[in-house]
Design a protein around this ligand. Structure first.
Ligand SMILES: Cc1cc2nc3c(=O)[nH]c(=O)nc-3n(C[C@H](O)[C@H](O)[C@H](O)COP(=O)(O)O)c2cc1C
Length: 171
């Protein structure tokens, strides 16, 4: 898939078939996350891949906005380790960039995925920490839930020229 086409056709997918996703594809997807830009190239991220069905169900049960985890092929928890920070105040932006790269990598492979926000909801972060034994000092940013899509998503129409300003606001 051509990059621009992928950017314009990606949608959140929340219903999945029972088909498993190959581990090599999951690794490629996380690799795409690691190629995201980051502040001072700090690459502060850590990724927890979840394929265990019990753990996916626990993430689903414990996260009010992630019921689809129980039917997913896999999930990835995007975390940050401040011990490796060189521009730690940017950890959220770095993790968000990694998440978007992973969503696009999923789309390129015909895998459907959705970004589930966790930080700054401590209760949601704590569910992920408990289910996956993530150390207390690690920050949990977000959860990507993924699997082969049950149906094709409609393309979005989001181009709004009026949101663009050139040289000065209002122009
Ligand atoms: C920071 C963030 C948090 C989100 N959290 C959730 C969530 O908890 N549950 C969910 O189903 N979708 C979540 N989404 C997905 C959005 O609902 C989705 O991206 C938005 O509705 C636009 O739809 P699209 O992704 O299909 O283009 C989140 C997206 C972002 C960027």
């Amino acid at each position: 898939m051509e990059l621009m086409e992928g950017l314009l056709t990606r949608r959140s997918i929340r219903q999945y078939t029972h088909q498993q996703v190959d581990q090599s594809d999951i690794t490629d997807i996380v690799k795409a996350g690691m190629y995201a830009p980051s502040a001072r190239n700090q690459q502060i991220w850590e990724f927890v891949i979840v394929t265990d069905k019990n753990k996916l169900a626990q993430l689903s049960d414990g996260s009010p906005t992630a019921p689809m985890a129980k039917n997913a092929a896999f999930a990835v928890i995007v975390c940050a380790d401040q011990d490796r920070a060189t521009a730690g105040e940017y950890w959220e932006q770095d993790c968000a960039a990694a998440m978007e790269n992973m969503l696009l990598a999923c789309h390129a492979k015909g895998i459907g995925a959705v970004w589930v926000g966790m930080h700054p909801h401590e209760d949601r972060e704590n569910v992920a920490k408990k289910v996956c034994a993530i150390p207390e000092k690690i920050k949990v940013h977000s959860l990507m839930i993924a699997g082969y899509p049950e149906k094709n998503a409609q393309e979005a129409q989001r181009f709004h020229p009026e949101f663009i300003h050139q040289n000065e606001w209002g122009n």
